[in-house]
Design a protein around this ligand. Structure first.
Ligand code: BES
Ligand code: MN
Ligand code: MN
Length: 465
């Protein structure tokens, strides 16, 4: 294949096109950006058409639209469905960005001496999604598209893919495929290509603790009335024991237990604890007793406070016992844990540990199931061979700690398996200020994807389809 030459010739344009896409602030969580989401969907549509899709449509949903496109070359050949998302996380806190989040700049970093594009969505997921659009262009321009392709690019991933579930349920025939291909995860390092074989599930809740019906003078009432912030802090602290084990009864009942062999295999993945600590500026790691850092952030469930507020947080001091305190709590779940069941367990437990002096409310937000992919499937082999062709070595299977809840629903509605070929690095700062995506990673992704199509089609046809 002459993929490398094509990329070399067109790489500046590939970068420029991505930069244009990154300029549109498609922040799905903020209702003020509805127009920008529509603009981004339009831009994705135009780019899919330019790359060679025959039929591209913007599918209206109750939320942000889904862009669907396809290139069907022969009904008897397999079909790859590419999934990605064009929405991004809010860029806050803005003051911590070195350049404006929607005004992309290319800067060199230690890990990215070839330069990296700094912008919200550069890696998650506009950059990684766009690799697939360019890979399609390459295959079509070089007469090397070996199978059918469908694209489904949504605009609500960062807010729970609510409309996408509805879309899957009502478009099962249109979306029929033989494998789903996603680049929305990461790789271990530039030297160590990896295939993500697991994603964690999620249960996200908001809690409210109420004590007096109004804010009180902390001298007149202090000591005699429950302070909701004190109480909430104590309740939250009690959710872990001294071994950093979660104390909610039943929480671990269904947790998948990995064999010693599997844990040994996991431990073979290259990992440097000192590097890990230095990158994020921590003095020591922290987590569940009996598990390594890599296990804690992939095969074990968690409970974390994502935000906590209440009372006076302005300048200076105000003496007050607030009426209410709040927190947002996420629980990352592992295979077999049911997110609805865990949400119920949390609610029951949290309400039961509240003292009589306060009122507690637990409001579930969203959630999703975890996912593990088989590693003996033809799609896994195809991805592995593709990495081999481009990186000269096999890919390392890696369970990720992140969540893409829609992946388990692909299996439910479309009976499809998913391959997660990620090209981002943990240091790319997704969801954080100064998110970026290495030019090298972007171009390597574009180069690797066509090999996946080639190997998948070959293996598919060989295995008596
Ligand atoms: N692309 C990420 C998930 C991810 C990143 C998985 C890196 C593995 C490695 C995705 O956009 C994301 O941020 N998902 C959310 C969940 C969603 C329901 C808001 C997450 O994991 O917090
Ligand atoms: Mn993503
Ligand atoms: Mn994300």
């Amino acid at each position: 294949m002459n993929i490398k030459n094509y990329i070399e010739k067109h790489q500046q344009r590939f970068i420029d096109e991505l930069v244009e896409l990154l300029k549109i602030p498609s922040i799905s969580a903020d209702p003020n950006f509805k127009k920008e989401l529509l603009m981004t969907a339009d831009a994705v549509k135009i780019n899919l058409e330019a790359a060679g899709c025959d039929k591209v449509e913007i599918c209206e949903t109750p939320g942000h639209p889904i862009v669907y496109g396809e290139k069907i070359i022969d009904e008897s050949l397999p079909t790859v469905l590419v999934y990605g998302h064009y929405d991004v996380q809010p860029p806050d806190p803005l003051e911590l960005w070195n350049s404006p989040p929607f005004d992309p700049v290319i800067e060199k970093t230690e890990i990215h001496p070839e330069g990296a594009i700094f912008a919200r969505g550069a890696c998650d997921d506009k950059g990684q999604m766009y690799m697939h659009v360019k890979a399609l262009e390459i295959m079509i321009q070089n007469d090397q598209l070996p199978c059918n392709v469908k694209f489904m690019i949504e605009g609500e991933e960062e807010v729970g893919s609510v409309s996408l579930e509805w879309f899957l349920e009502h478009n099962q025939e249109k979306l029929a495929n033989d494998v789903i291909l996603i680049s929305d995860t990461g790789m271990i390092s530039k030297e160590v290509p990896s295939i993500t074989t697991g994603l964690r599930g999620l249960s996200y809740v908001e809690v409210e603790v109420e004590s007096p019906n109004r804010d009180l003078h902390s001298g007149l009432y202090g000591g005699a009335v429950a302070n909701p912030i004190n109480i909430l802090s104590k309740m939250i602290a009690s959710l872990h024991n001294d071994n950093n084990h979660i104390t909610i009864p039943g929480f671990y009942d269904k947790v998948e237990v990995l064999s010693e062999l599997e844990r040994e295999k996991m431990a073979e993945a290259p990992f440097d604890l000192e590097d890990y600590k230095n990158h994020i500026g921590i003095t020591d790691v922290h987590g569940e007793k009996g598990y390594s850092t890599n296990e804690r952030n992939s095969i074990r469930p968690t409970l974390d406070v994502n935000g906590i507020w209440g009372g006076y947080i302005g300048e200076g001091a105000k003496t007050v016992i607030p009426s209410k305190a709040f927190a947002k709590i996420s629980m990352r779940l592992v295979p077999n844990q049911d997110w609805r069941e865990i949400t119920d367990l949390f609610k029951t437990h949290f309400e039961s540990i509240a003292p009589k002096s306060v009122k507690v409310k637990v409001k579930p937000h969203h959630g999703g199931q975890g996912y593990v992919t088989p590693i003996d499937s033809i799609e896994y082999k195809a991805a592995d061979l593709a990495f081999h062709d481009v990186f000269g070595k096999a890919a390392v299977p890696q369970r990720s700690g992140g969540s893409i809840p829609i992946v388990s629903l692909f299996e439910k509605y479309l009976q499809s398996k998913t391959v997660l070929m990620g090209f981002g690095l943990n240091s790319d700062a997704i969801h954080s200020p100064n998110e970026h995506f290495g030019i090298w990673n972007y171009l390597k992704g574009i180069e690797t994807i066509p090999y996946f199509y080639k190997h998948f089609t070959k293996l598919y046809l060989e295995t008596n389809h």
